[in-house]
Every structure is written in C-alpha cells, then in structure tokens.
Design a protein around this ligand. Structure first.
Ligand SMILES: [Zn+2]
Length: 476
C-alpha cells in the first residue's frame, strides 16, 4: 500500500513537505520513501513551532528529497533534515541547486543571528534560544544536491521514477511528475509546487522566467498549490502608479523601501526600475540592493539564461547585467548595509526578506517606518502573521527586534508582481489537462483560499477536489 502524507503547507502557505511512501510489495520488497519539498514553516508561531518537531518517520528511512524550487518555504528545512541524519540525494534543477547554495547558508546565518539577538536581549522564553541550524550546517547539506534538468527521467527504484517539468514560478522552479507502481497498478502523481503565471507580459509585467507552466498534463492524483485560490490579480500595468509613487516620495525628500525576496522578485523589480529610469518616468536616484546574496543572486540569474522569457532576453541584451548599471549598488557586507541605513538623501532600497520576517530589511524598516517621508512598497505576497502583513494591513505600529516601531511611513502595495497563478489562471491551466485526475488535493493555501478553490474546481470543472489536512495520509 502506498500513500502520501502532508507534512506541511496544509492549512497554511509555508512548510511544504509531502511524504510519498511507495510501499513494499507483497513479495517483501521494502518500499521507498521520498519527500517532495522540505520547506520551513514561517509566519505565526503556532506554525513555526512545527519546525522543531520530528518527522513522523525516522529521517534515516527517507531515501531521497525531490525539490520543486528554491523558496525557503519549500527548501528551508533541508539543513535540519541533514542535521538529523538524512544522507540521501536531494534532486533539484540546476538553477534551483545554484540558488539553494546561497539561500540555505543565508538562512542558517539568519537563524544564528536571530538566536544571538534573542539571547543578548533575553526576549525569548527559551533560554538559550537556538538556531534551527547554523550557517555551517546549511553548507554541509549542499553536497547532497544532485542537479537534474527538466524533462529528464530519474528512476529511484524499480517501482518509482520522476521527472521535473516547467512550473514558471521562479528561476529553476519545476513540478514533479511521479510514476509509481503500486499493487500491480501504474499511478501517476503530479506535485505542482508553486505555479507561475499562465501568461506573462500582459498580466505579469516584468516577469523574468518562462511564460506559463507546462500544458497538457495528466495525473491520477494531483497535489496542487492554492495560494491565490480565492483571488484575482489586478490586470492593469503597475508601472504608471509605481513611477508616480516613487516620484512623489523622492519629491518630498523621502526614500522608497522595498521588501523583496533576493531572487527573482528583486531582479524583476530592478529591471523595471531600470526601464522607468531610462524612459525618464523616474529620476536617476541611487538604487541600493541590500542583501548578503545580492550579487550572487544576480550572477545566478545571468547564468541561467535558459529560463528567461523573450522580453527578459531582450532586456538583458539591451541593458546587460544589473551589476554593471551606473547608480545601482549591491551591498553584500554588513558595513555596506549599515551605511545605507544611515543615508539621509532620497534613494530606493530593495532588501530582503520579502515578508519582513527577518534579514536586513528589518533594520531599514526600523529606521524608516517612523518617518512620514518614507514610502514602503510591497511587491510580494504577505502571509498572515508576518510583519509584512501587519505593516501592509495599516497597523499603527509593529514589533521589530523586540521594540515597538511606530508606522508613519506611507505604505503602498502592488499585487501585479505575483509569481503565482491566480484563480482564473489556475483554471485555464487545469483545462489543458488530458483527462480528469481521479483526486486532487489542495495544499499551500490559507484555509479560505483552499476551500474556495476546491468549490470552484468542483463546480466549474467537475473535479473531485479535497483540501489536504496537516499530517493527513491518503492512499495512492
Ligand atoms: Zn515559491
């Protein structure tokens, strides 16, 4: 008997982790157990605390990890898994592998910093506060990565094989098509990971990787994300309003602070700023890209040109690498970051993390949120319980580093930048399927989003859809 168990991203948008147990057969062959994604829980404490729990099976019994993409809510628990004794291969696309080589050590570093901060200020109930894993532990897990290009089959056992197919979410992102023989039957499972926009330029201006997820899929069981299961992205071009917001902020002597994930979202935003500057829609103010990964993220982006959209290819040909643009500065060191946070002259600061859950953006926000001249521009999804969510929802104050920071800055958010398909786009993609999957399980959504998408899929497509519950086991 084979099963899937939802160990994360069920009832929430983080902690993606699905165990596939390809059970042994009646002749006594032992089964194979793999994890599809191995993400970290983020956001509310009730979820984050699950990062400290053990998996329901011994880590040593997991044969492999198959990773859809490099966002921490999909890969950020890998160092913890290796710390606990996992020694198998971690399969990921070449671009995802490269991104993990900078993102995971950075994550370890952030957790060490957070633990040190809480210990110094004794603001944690746990004494001493510990990191989930360290920078070094995160580096140690990288040797287990085995890059596998998309559309290339991989046999994990006589009964189990998989391949990656394009998901068009971020650089390197993929879905996992898994084929499994169980009880004499061949079953096909599709794990979407996160699904990119179905069209690119018209609906997602500035999108930099592939236009649309692979079409014409089929599956007996579909495990699908539902982040935007109850929403529709605005379809208007954000550039005029973005340019106006930047012009107004600079005119009153303020700076624009942009929390953005260092990979993909930041590159997308930088190319957009460059276009706005070159076309004269905003002035040539200094742009600071502040992240320990800032330079490497751009280098990896430039390296994997196989992932570009046509428009991105043209922009790269026209403008070259962002690392060479006059007026754009990339801060890797802490000293550079401190200098930026003390600058008085108007500038644009792009820094991570995108939901203000950690990272250097916190210093910039702590410094500039009390200043009414500042504008904070959100260009990404803000999960419930994150600081980003608090700031975006119009709160008058927010806690940063244990201190209450008043919010007097202007706060503006754009939904157009999303790298997730919205409900109409998901339906459009699902309509390309060859046949109806026997069962669909929705994961990676807040409860309202998942249940609305379930209803819409049942009504409009006639599919058998269920919302996955945390720790639920379903037979394959
Ligand atoms: Zn993602």
């Amino acid at each position: 008997m084979s099963y899937i168990q939802f160990l994360g991203a069920a009832g929430t948008v983080t902690g993606s982790k699905h165990l596939v147990d390809a059970g042994g057969n009646s002749t006594g062959n032992s089964g194979v157990q793999i994890l599809i994604d191995c993400g970290m829980f983020q956001g509310p404490k009730e979820w984050r605390e699950r990062n400290w729990q053990d998996l329901p099976i011994p880590v040593g019994e997991i044969d492999a990890v198959v990773l859809t993409h490099a966002h921490l809510d999909h890969c950020g628990w890998i160092p913890r898994l290796v710390k606990q004794g996992f020694r198998g291969p971690i399969y990921a696309t070449p671009a995802t592998t490269d991104l993990c080589s900078i993102l995971l050590p950075d994550s370890g570093h952030l957790q060490e910093e957070d633990a040190a901060f809480y210990n110094k200020h004794q603001t944690s109930k746990h004494t001493p506060a510990l990191p989930l894993y360290t920078f070094e532990e995160a580096q140690a897990c990288l040797e287990y990565f085995q890059p596998l290009p998309t559309d290339t089959g991989k046999q994990l056992s006589p009964a189990l094989s998989f391949r990656f197919v394009r998901a068009a979410h971020i650089l390197g992102s993929a879905m996992v098509e898994l084929t499994l023989e169980t009880d004499g039957q061949r079953r096909r499972l599709l794990f979407t990971g996160d699904i990119g926009r179905v069209h690119d330029q018209e609906v997602a201006p500035g999108k930099v990787v592939h236009s649309g997820p692979v079409e014409g899929e089929r599956a007996d069981i579909l495990v699908m994300e539902s982040t935007y299961g109850n929403r529709q992205h605005p379809t208007d071009d954000p550039r005029p309003q973005l340019a106006a917001t930047i012009r107004e902020t600079l005119a009153r002597g303020g700076s624009v602070v942009v929390p953005a994930f260092a990979v993909e979202r930041t590159q997308k935003f930088l190319f957009m700023l460059k276009e706005l500057m070159e076309s004269g829609q905003i002035g040539r103010v200094p742009v600071y890209c502040d992240s320990p990964m800032a330079i490497q993220a751009v280098e990896i982006f430039m390296k994997h040109s196989e992932e570009y959209t046509e428009v991105t290819r043209r922009l790269v040909t026209q403008f070259g690498s962002p690392l060479t643009w006059p007026g754009f500065q990339f801060a890797s060191t802490v000293e550079q970051s401190k200098r930026i946070s003390q600058l008085k002259d108007p500038s644009i600061i792009v820094s991570s993390s995108g939901m203000a859950t950690g990272g250097r953006i916190l210093h910039h926000l702590a410094q500039r949120l009390p200043d009414p001249k500042t504008t904070v521009v959100f260009i990404g999804f803000q999960a419930q319980g994150t600081r980003g969510f608090t700031i975006k929802s119009g709160a008058s104050e927010v806690k940063i580093f244990g201190e209450i920071v008043p919010i007097r800055a202007q706060v503006v958010s754009f939904e157009q930048f999303s790298d997730h398909a919205d409900t109409p786009e998901l339906l459009e993609w699902l309509r390309t399927f060859q046949g109806i999957p026997g069962r669909t399980y929705l994961v990676h959504g807040d409860p309202d989003a998942s249940s609305e998408l379930r209803d819409v899929m049942s009504q409009k497509l006639g599919w058998n859809v269920q919302v996955a519950r945390w720790m639920e086991k379903v037979n394959v």
